[in-house]
Write a protein that binds this ligand. Structure first.
Ligand code: B12
Ligand code: SF4
Length: 440
């Protein structure tokens, strides 16, 4: 009898329809799917974005996987656990595996409900494990402790069979040989419909570099960490070509800090010219100058997302941002003058800041020629230095929606007042933009 050797990769995000919602196909699942297929393993992605729990249930029953791999992150933990419970009751023989940012940070919590957890970058370890599991007959009884030692980042919590393998990062040389993420099974028409309605472009995400060497206090980089690595630009441009064939005309570059390596950025910009595709990216405010910014514009860059974070020097120091207010102002002006739209993220209510410094942030945001602004209260992301410092984090609280103004720890600031001031500032910002548009 042929053993079942099918892998289901489940991305447990169901649309929230919140106004901050941004929809992108999950690149982690796409990366794993291409690696699994390279090894000849049958797999299917179940992207829940446009689906419902009922539809997922029906689709999983009909597919009948031997392994169900479920992604999880801070806004999706409840969904991940509900889906795991559903798989357990409907497909009891199916091996449950968790991966992604939150299982990486809380392997024990996930290990109680899942058979196994893969921490960190799972491009090589997870497909290798799947192959060995199938070769051994797809049975839980085969999961001997000794054999499980071979897979980087693998974690199993049940004593005395506990396994906790070290988490590693793939080297730049390895990454340069990885296949492009397999985007073939996503609902591209629905993603494009969403983006056309929202921005008039057909946007999708891409990753060209991994990791960020900075150490901002509030940031957690659970998967790619501090080690900065570049993909092979030949492969990146083959991926961009494929993305174009799927009907997209705009890229949302999801790298932690796309402008970090000036030589890589320059080569990217050179090759981007003539593709007819526009793009946006995340950038720090440091290391920029007019030449770089003009080059980005000539290559089709339409928007940058900047982590300005605060209008107060003292608060920037608390956040260990290693960027000055002046550098923030200069970056915004450079992009503005080059005709690249800029969107800025701010955090208000940082532990240790004052009511006066919060007001400085609101004033700073209104003063700059920015095209979009957004404010958040600090969210101590597990894995960040901020999280380690705050002792009053309520572990049972997580986000269910993007950008909620809700403290998950005992803060000295009143969230109702902050929400009120955020709403006022947003209203002032919209008014200012209207007046500028009328003047122009
Ligand atoms: C793109 C992105 C988004 C996009 C789109 C998400 C999407 N559909 O992919 C948008 C803009 C919508 C977004 C929004 C948010 N995001 Co976001 N996002 C990212 C970002 C920058 C890249 C994700 C990505 O594509 N990575 C590339 C792929 C290849 O990596 P990966 O998904 O991690 O997959 C690897 C492993 O995790 C693992 N793996 C993945 N899936 C599985 C499954 C199994 C079974 C296994 C075994 C392994 C495994 O293997 C993969 C290959 O190595 C990451 C930061 C980062 N650099 O990773 C943050 C990140 C995931 N986001 C984060 C956050 C906090 C948010 C928001 C809550 C922010 C906010 N203020 O609203 C929202 C919530 C969105 C929501 N939908 O609920 C955090 C999560 C932290 C946490 N502890 O959970 C991260 C890590 C950023 C950070 N530094 O804090 N995000
Ligand atoms: S906030 Fe940005 S610059 Fe700072 S550590 Fe995180 S990814 Fe790097």
């Amino acid at each position: 009898m042929k053993t079942n050797s099918k892998v289901a990769l489940i991305y447990p995000y169901f649309r929230t329809h919140s106004q901050n919602e941004l929809l992108f196909p999950p690149l982690g699942a796409a990366a794993l799917q291409s690696q699994l297929r390279l090894q000849g393993i049958e797999s299917q992605i179940f992207d829940c974005t446009f689906s419902s729990m009922k539809e997922l249930q029906k689709a999983l029953l009909s597919y009948g996987p031997a392994i169900a791999g479920i992604y999880s992150m801070i806004t999706m933990s409840r969904n991940s656990f509900s889906i795991a419970a559903m798989v357990k009751s409907l497909l009891p023989a199916c091996l449950l595996v968790a991966g992604g940012p939150l299982p990486t940070l809380y392997p024990d919590q996930y290990g109680r409900e899942f058979d196994l957890v893969f921490r960190g970058e799972a491009d090589v370890s997870f497909p290798c494990f799947c192959q060995d599991y199938f070769d051994a007959g797809s049975s839980r009884a085969q999961l001997k402790r000794g054999a499980l030692k071979n897979y980087a980042g693998l974690y199993r919590s049940n004593d005395p069979q506990r396994v906790s393998n070290p988490v590693g990062h793939h080297s730049e040389e390895e990454i340069k040989l990885f296949p492009a993420p397999d985007r073939s099974s996503f609902a591209h028409a629905l993603y494009q419909k969403f983006w056309l309605k929202r921005t008039g472009t057909k946007t999708t995400s891409i990753i060209t570099t991994l990791g960020c060497p900075q150490t901002c206090d509030f940031c957690s980089r659970p998967i790619f960490g501090n080690l900065f690595r570049r993909k092979n630009l030949d492969s990146v441009f083959e991926e961009i070509h494929q993305i174009g064939l799927l009907g997209y005309d705009n890229l949302w570059i999801a790298d932690d800090n796309f402008t970090l390596d000036a030589a890589f950025l320059a080569e990217f910009c050179r090759r981007m010219q003539g593709t007819g595709m526009s793009w946006s990216c995340l950038s720090r405010v440091t290391g920029l100058n007019r030449e770089i910014v003009d080059m980005m514009r000539a290559a089709g860059c339409q928007k940058v997302y900047l982590g300005l974070e605060s209008g107060s020097r003292e608060t920037l120091a608390l956040m260990k941002k290693k960027a000055t207010l002046e550098q923030g102002v200069e970056a915004v002006n450079l992009f503005h003058e080059a005709g690249i739209a800029s969107a800025a993220f701010f955090i208000v209510g940082y532990p240790g800041e004052t009511a006066a410094s919060i007001e400085k942030t609101f004033a700073f945001a209104l003063d700059l020629p920015l095209d979009e602004i957004s404010f958040n209260v600090p969210f101590p992301l597990p894995g960040s230095p901020l999280f380690d410092r705050i002792t009053t984090v309520d572990q049972s609280k997580d986000w269910n929606r993007e950008n909620e103004v809700c403290f998950v720890y005992k803060s000295e600031f009143d969230p109702i007042y902050l929400q009120h001031r955020i709403d006022q500032t947003m209203m002032e910002f919209r008014e200012k933009k209207k007046n500028v548009a009328a003047f122009v």
